[in-house]
Write a protein that binds this ligand. Structure first.
Ligand code: NAP
Length: 284
């Protein structure tokens, strides 16, 4: 079943469709011993339709981008490629320089999406202007942000080109539901998908949640698949699980076929309650 699952699409503000399940790449490419398995995992993920790949200049000081570059070599046009600039490089010149270095490591001449990794000291207007310049010369197709809270999004939205922000990539999984209080509704109201990072809770405690285990049994699935299906439950969210084995990536693609019932959602909700007040945005 898992190999034939159609990955649902999520619509960016300009109408472009991207896969609702992509692939994260933090900690990938760090060790030569794992390269073969990591490459075949990423390529299998692309074949399964998880063709949105998320990386960053930060990951392994460029090692992740280099590995992604190798994985997508010869099939660049099948992939929606996302990378991120460090906040300390988010100046007018710094963005251009970082993007050029990322493109080189990724062996491509454009990024589909370029994100500000988290908010730093450079004025947002300067970073947005730098992103817009890259867009104008075709080095990026879209830009967005990461780890922005609701107030940051409002400030961004008020800039002249702020409406061009394609997404906000934030921590989101059943144990980290803080964005549901105001950030997710804000993004939904602006037709902007949220990109959920660490949707498997980094493979830790979340996957031992009794609620996820019980729901998984009902579906003949795994807790990880239920965590991903939960992220996808109402649209508008793109999940980017990271896997370094083919077994895991196949499982993650299979999650797209799981439709959680009202009973499933209630069981997860009872164990992992949604926020009842605005808390500072959780981030890793
Ligand atoms: P994650 O995707 O929640 O979890 C990754 C862990 O889960 C790995 O240990 C992986 O093991 C394991 N795993 C993968 N598929 C599984 C499955 N089907 N069943 C059980 N375990 C499974 O954590 P993450 O890497 O932190 O987050 C995903 C991506 O989001 C990152 O890779 C990165 O691209 C992005 N991210 C962005 C930010 C940001 O600040 N913008 C922060 C964190 C992450 P194996 O590796 O052994 O397969």
């Amino acid at each position: 079943m898992e190999n034939n699952v159609e990955i649902p699409r999520i619509i960016l503000p300009d109408g472009t469709a991207v896969p609702a399940v992509g692939q994260g790449t933090w900690n990938i490419g760090d060790s030569r011993a794992h390269v073969t398995s990591e490459l075949s995992t990423l390529r299998e993920g692309i074949d399964l339709g998880m063709s949105l790949i998320d990386t960053a200049e930060m990951y392994g000081n460029g090692a992740s981008e280099r590995l992604v570059g190798e994985a997508i070599s010869g099939q660049r046009d099948r992939v929606f490629l996302v990378s991120k600039v460090y906040p300390h490089n988010a100046s007018k010149l710094g963005v251009a320089k970082s993007c050029a270095a990322s493109l080189k490591r990724l062996r491509t001449d454009y990024l589909d999406l370029y994100l500000l990794h988290w908010r730093g000291d450079y004025p947002l207007a300067e970073t947005v202007e730098a992103f817009e310049r890259l867009r104008a010369v075709g080095q990026i197709r879209y830009w967005g942000v990461s780890n922005f809270d609701t107030r940051d999004m409002m400030e961004l939205g008020a800039l002249p080109a702020g409406g061009r922000c394609a997404t906000n990539q934030v921590l989101y999984h059943p144990e980290e539901r803080g964005i549901e209080f105001s950030l997710l509704p804000w993004c939904q109201a602006h037709s902007m998908p949220v990109m959920a990072y660490s949707p498997l809770g980094q493979g830790g405690r979340l996957l031992r949640s009794q609620a996820l285990i019980t729901v998984a049994r009902r579906h003949g699935a795994t807790p990880g698949q239920i965590a991903l299906a939960w992220c996808l439950r109402s649209g508008g969210v793109i999940a980017i699980p990271k896997a370094s084995t083919v077994t895991h990536v196949r499982e993650n693609a299979g999650a797209a076929a799981i439709k959680l019932t009202i009973e499933d959602l209630a069981e997860i909700e009872a164990a992992h309650t949604p926020p009842s007040f605005e808390a500072p945005l959780a981030m890793l």
